[in-house]
Structures are given as structure tokens and as C-alpha cells.
Design a protein around this ligand. Structure first.
Ligand SMILES: Cc1cc2nc3c(=O)[nH]c(=O)nc-3n(C[C@H](O)[C@H](O)[C@H](O)COP(=O)(O)OP(=O)(O)OC[C@H]3O[C@@H](n4cnc5c(N)ncnc54)[C@H](O)[C@@H]3O)c2cc1C
Length: 610
């Protein structure tokens, strides 16, 4: 069984085994942290310590592929806390969540492997100018390095008209992107129905960097059909074979220490500590690498004196460098934003409901999986979806929305008193994102297809609102960070989202899907006014689909950035960021594939200056 894999715990050091100093100390053993640690230790030239707050976890909920959410349902694997009340959402608070285990969020995510559009990656580089290597061309080799692609079976390819092109993928990584051996029959028609809508394209591969409707792999190992994540991909067996690689789990990093402006070490306590009595320091000769994720990297930086002067003063944290961008520019992708559509004539069998209630089907699926790890239990959350440009989903409104967004005063909807550099950075994003709104190559609307008789899960890919993540000023070290999505604070988000409902209705009721007699449920109702839809959105929208980015953005310092193109934190020496917090604005996709690729590139960038 996958849970009985022989994994040696000897690679986990104890507090007593620690060296006083390593070349690199990596804060956070998650998706990016373990990727970078693997690459930095492979030559044997450098010593590396990974400090991870979560534990080494090996329960079946980590490994299970079927359904895609068994890890997400296991509270032992998650760190959760409440966001600030959201003014734009009737003052609701939202549960903030990320992976808390060796392997980080890659160990709990829904395993959907998706790449953004070429324009996303080019946009990030554009903040530095035309020559930046943070671009689609600059990242494509790292997408290949990061992922080992296993194509769908020829049977599924012909049965479902799946398009794929292995040239966008690699074959060497221990992180796997695989297709299940079974797909729900209704998906074929649902995919084809997008062809009934003018402007929707079918790209040659999910990794081609185009907008459109496509099939995509999921992150599991095709041999064992168990979750593939950063720990089996970049740690199991690897750390054991490298004496220069130490990993210490269940330790919480509180802060980075400095000699002058040079980052020298990190202070950490056991994960369950509630005060600093057991605090220890470990030093880094070359660099401290932040990989604690979008919510915690800014918390640790601010608690270390790297952040907005005013907040640090209020928290009583001595200032090392005034860097207003730390914790600003926070973004995530909202969901629960369209009504549901239930088909009342549904000729497809089996469908997902069989896996929930049909005991014969459940027993057959279990037997098939036990026999050769095939069948419905090799399906994670989803394997096809549409990623559509604003101009496709809102053919009447997109020009006007983009023009109004571009004309906005950039400071108007940021928190009052926002630093000028951050306003300037938002202005740069606003121009670039207005271009994306007009582009055929940039997706803003995502509809996930389930192959079930009930459908309607959409994600808003490029919200215009910007939130914040700050230390708790009364308790910077031990309280969770204060996460404020500021959802719907920019009214353009409401304008865009108001287009999502009619488009979703159009997809279900005006394409070939009409023959399935879909009935609209939830939402504000089929005859609702725009005001009623907006009121429904404010009551229903969840501002996170677990794709947080942006709180230590890779942007020029005069644009509110926190790290430069070499991922070094401005104003100090020996401190870098490699996790999703460095992504300047959201890609038109979910984030794990991009995080792995950026971490691969980050490792090369760090090695160059070693
Ligand atoms: C529930 C869920 C579902 C998702 N589904 C998908 C999906 O289907 N497809 C997709 O593309 N993306 C998905 N994502 C997003 C994707 O997994 C993340 O973008 C990515 O894993 C982030 O990687 P990271 O390295 O930035 O952070 P993480 O992988 O979260 O790593 C951060 C690590 O730092 C540790 N840490 C935090 N604070 C401290 C501290 N003080 N001291 C020491 N260690 C610390 C954490 O425990 C964690 O292990 C999902 C995420 C979640 C949470």
C-alpha cells in the first residue's frame, strides 16, 4: 500500500543534530522550499537546512487521488485561521488555509495541474522591461524541468478527443503529471459545447500557454496512482542520500536575524511553543531563503523588521528596512460566483453521483483500483475546464470594462494611505491587466467541468482588488497573520463578475447542452436584476480558491516590489524569496505548476551567485 512505502525518517534531524551554520537555511519545507533544497544539495557542494513547521505526514489522506480532496478534508494536514471581516462581503470572515506538513500545500491541494497563459509570464517580466528572463520563453525550460508528463491512454484520447502535445512538458522530474485511466462520459459533450460559443479555442495542450477549453493532467504518480507532491518529488530518498541536506520538521520560524543589513540567521521554536523560551538560532553562511508561502513569508519578514515602517512601529518591531510592499498586493482567486445548473435529462452513465451512492458501482470501482490501480478511483478533482478571455464571455461589455478599469485612479481602491511605490506598482499592473482584459490570449473566467448532472463551479482568475497580509500588531510572532482579502473592494470586480452569470447561463442553456434540459439553481435566480445578482455575490462569494500570491512581489522597488529579478529582498543582503508570494499578479490558472517551475528557476538563479 502507498502508506507503507519505506521512507527513512533518518533524514529528519533533531534539534540536537543541527549544525551551528549552513550555507543555506530554507524557511518552509513546502512546494517551493523542497524544490529549491533538492536542487541546491544535488552537487554536494553546499549544506542546506530546511525548517518546516508541519510534520512528516504519511497517512492515506495524503496519498489518495480519488476525488482530489481527501487531504483537504484532513485537519491534521492544514493550517487554518479566520480572515479579517470582509466589508465587501457583508462582513463575513473566511477560513484561510494552507498545507501544514513536509511538502506544504502540494500535499493537500486538489492536484489539478494547470499552466497560465504565455501573456501572464511575459507580463511579470514586463514590470522590469523587455529584456527580463522572467517571461514565457524564460520559464518554458523550467516548466519542462519541473514536470514529468505522462500522456492519456490512446483509448481515452480517441474516446474523448483529448488534445495534448508532449513538447510542452519534460520527462525527468520526480514530480508527475498524469491522466486518469477513466473519465466521466458526460465530459465529452460538455467540452464540445464550448465549440458552440464564438471565440472559444481548443489549444493543442494545457501547457501551450493559450486560453481556451482543454484537458489537463493531475499530480499523481502513474505507477502507484498516489499523490505526487514536493515531498516524494524532491525529498523522499533524496535527503537520505545527501549528508549535506538536513531537514528539521515541527519547528516554527519566528524571524530572520541581521548583522547590520545582512541576514545572518533565523530564530525558531518548536511548532507547539507559545513563547520564545525554547528559541534557537541557526546561521546561514550564504543565504536565507524564504519559502513559507504567501500568508507566512510576509509575516516572518515583517516580524524580522523587513516591511512597512508604520506597521512595524505599531508592533514594536525594530526596523531593518522600510519595504512597504511586504504584505501588500495580496491576491487570490474568488469562487462560488455563478449559479448551478442541473440537467434534468441526463443520458450519461455512470456519473459522479454513482461514486457517491451506487453501491454496485462503488464496489466495482474499488475492485478495479485494488486490482490494477485503474478506473474511476484514478480520477482526482477534474481533468478538463475552460479558461476564457473576458471578450469571449462578455462580448458586449468587455471594451467598456477594460476602458473604465484603465481610467481608474490607481489609489482609489487601495487602502487609504497606501505608499506611493505600491500605488505606482498597482498602476503598472492596472495597465497590463487592462491589456489582458482586451486580449484573446488571456483568460479571466474559469469553468470547471465535472461530468456530473449538476454543474457550475467557476473561478475568477484576475481580480482587480488587492488585499493585505500583516503581522498581528499585538502579537507578531505567535498569532496568525492578519489576512484581509479586501474582496470586491474594486468595483470593476463586481462589473466583471456580473458578466459571469449570464455567460454561464449561455453555456448551459444556449449550446448543445440545452438538450439536457438544464435547470438553474442557487445564484440570484434566472430573472434577477443586476443589483440582485450583486447582492447575491456579496453573500456567497468566497475570496480564495487557495491560490494566494503577491505579498513579496518580484517587481522593481519603485513599483512596491519586495524582491528583484534575482529574488533578493531589496535593502538587505543574503535574503531571498522563492514561494508563491513572489508572483507579482495572478496567472490565468491555478498556481502549483507555476510555483514548481519558478522554484526550479529560482534554484538556478541562487546557484549562479553561490
Ligand atoms: C487546499 C488547497 C488546494 C489547492 N489546489 C490546487 C490545485 O488543484 N491546483 C493548483 O495548481 N494549485 C492548487 N493549490 C495551490 C498550490 O498548492 C500552491 O500555490 C502552492 O503549493 C504554494 O507553494 P508555496 O511553496 O508557495 O507554499 P507551501 O507549499 O504552502 O509551503 C509553505 C510551507 O511553509 C511552512 N511554514 C509556514 N510558516 C512557517 C514558519 N513560520 N516556520 C516554518 N515553516 C513554515 C508551511 O507549513 C508550508 O509547508 C491549492 C492549495 C491549497 C491549500
Amino acid at each position: 500500500s502507498p502508506t507503507a512505502r519505506s521512507i527513512t525518517h533518518s533524514t529528519l534531524v533533531t534539534r540536537d543534530d543541527l549544525l551551528p551554520e549552513y550555507d543555506y537555511v530554507i524557511v518552509g519545507g513546502g512546494t517551493s522550499g523542497l524544490t529549491v533544497a533538492d536542487r541546491l544539495t544535488e552537487s554536494g557542494k553546499y549544506t542546506v537546512l530546511v525548517l518546516e513547521r508541519g510534520a512528516f505526514q504519511n497517512s492515506s489522506s495524503v496519498w489518495t487521488v480519488a476525488g482530489g480532496i481527501s487531504a483537504f478534508l484532513d485537519p491534521n494536514l492544514l493550517f487554518t485561521f479566520q480572515s479579517a471581516p470582509q466589508e465587501g462581503l457583508n462582513n463575513r470572515s473566511i477560513t484561510v488555509m494552507n498545507g501544514l506538513l513536509l511538502g506544504g500545500s502540494s500535499g493537500v491541494n486538489a492536484m489539478q495541474v494547470l499552466r497560465g497563459q504565455q501573456e501572464d509570464y511575459d507580463r511579470w517580466g514586463s514590470y522590469f522591461g523587455k529584456k527580463s528572463k522572467w517571461s514565457w520563453d524564460g520559464l518554458l525550460p523550467y516548466f519542462r524541468k519541473a514536470w514529468n508528463f505522462h500522456p492519456p491512454t490512446p483509448e481515452l484520447v480517441s474516446q474523448f478527443d483529448i488534445k495534448y502535445d508532449s513538447r510542452y512538458w519534460g520527462s525527468t522530474s520526480n514530480v508527475h503529471a498524469s491522466f486518469p485511466t477513466f473519465l466521466w462520459p458526460a465530459l465529452k459533450m460538455e467540452m464540445a459545447a464550448f465549440g458552440d460559443i464564438p471565440g472559444v479555442k481548443y489549444p493543442s495542450d494545457s501547457g501551450s500557454g493559450d486560453a481556451g477549453a482543454y484537458w489537463h493532467p493531475t499530480s499523481f504518480n502513474p505507477t502507484t496512482v498516489t499523490r505526487s507532491f514536493a515531498r516524494p518529488g524532491h525529498w523522499d530518498g533524496i535527503a537520505a542520500a545527501r549528508p549535506n541536506y538536513h531537514t528539521l520538521t515541527e519547528q516554527r520560524v519566528l524571524k530572520v536575524t541581521f548583522h547590520g543589513k545582512r541576514a545572518k540567521g533565523v530564530v525558531f521554536v518548536p511548532a507547539d511553543a507559545t513563547d520564545q523560551s525554547q528559541a534557537r538560532t541557526v546561521k546561514a553562511k550564504k543565504e536565507i531563503i524564504m519559502a513559507a508561502g504567501t500568508h507566512h513569508t510576509p509575516q516572518i519578514l515583517q516580524a524580522s523588521g523587513v516591511g512597512p515602517k508604520k506597521i512595524l512601529a505599531e508592533a514594536g518591531v525594530p526596523l531593518v528596512v522600510d519595504l512597504p510592499g511586504v504584505g501588500s498586493n495580496f491576491q487570490d482567486q474568488p469562487f462560488n460566483i455563478v449559479p448551478q445548473f442541473n440537467y434534468t435529462s441526463f443520458p450519461f452513465h455512470p456519473d459522479t453521483s454513482d461514486l457517491a451512492t451506487n453501491q454496485t458501482f462503488i464496489a466495482e470501482a474499488a475492485a478495479k483500483f485494488a486490482a490494477n490501480r485503474t478506473g474511476p478511483l484514478s480520477v482526482a478533482a477534474a481533468n478538463c475546464a475552460a479558461w476564457l478571455p473576458l471578450r469571449v464571455i462578455a462580448p458586449q461589455a468587455w471594451r467598456d470594462i477594460a476602458a473604465r478599469y484603465e481610467a481608474q485612479d490607481p489609489a482609489a481602491y487601495l487602502p487609504s494611505g497606501t505608499d506611493r511605490a505600491i500605488v505606482a506598482g498597482y498602476r503598472a499592473q492596472q495597465k497590463a491587466l487592462a491589456r489582458a482584459m482586451r486580449s484573446k490570449g488571456s483568460a479571466t473566467y474559469n469553468l470547471i467541468l465535472g461530468g456530473a448532472s449538476s454543474n457550475g463551479a467557476a473561478v475568477y482568475l484576475h481580480p482587480c482588488s488587492r488585499g493585505t497580509v500583516h503581522i498581528n500588531r499585538a502579537d507578531p510572532f505567535f498569532s496568525p497573520p492578519e489576512v484581509d482579502y479586501r474582496a470586491l473592494s474594486n468595483p470593476i470586480d463586481v462589473d466583471v463578475l456580473l458578466e459571469f452569470t449570464p455567460f454561464t447561463r449561455r453555456y448551459f442553456t444556449e449550446t448543445r447542452l440545452k438538450s439536457l434540459n438544464p435547470v438553474e439553481l442557487g445564484g440570484a435566480g434566472a430573472n434577477a436584476t443586476r443589483d440582485q445578482v450583486e447582492a447575491w455575490l456579496r453573500g456567497a462569494l468566497i475570496p480564495s480558491s487557495f491560490h494566494p500570491v503577491g505579498t513579496a512581489a518580484m517587481m522593481p522597488r519603485h513599483l512596491g516590489g519586495v524582491v528583484d529579478e534575482k529574488l533578493l529582498v531589496y535593502g538587505v543582503k543574503g535574503l531571498s524569496v522563492v514561494d508563491a508570494s513572489m508572483i507579482p499578479d495572478l496567472p490565468g490558472s491555478y498556481t502549483q505548476q507555476t510555483v514548481y517551475a519558478m522554484a526550479e528557476k529560482a534554484a538556478d538563479v541562487i546557484k549562479v551567485r553561490a
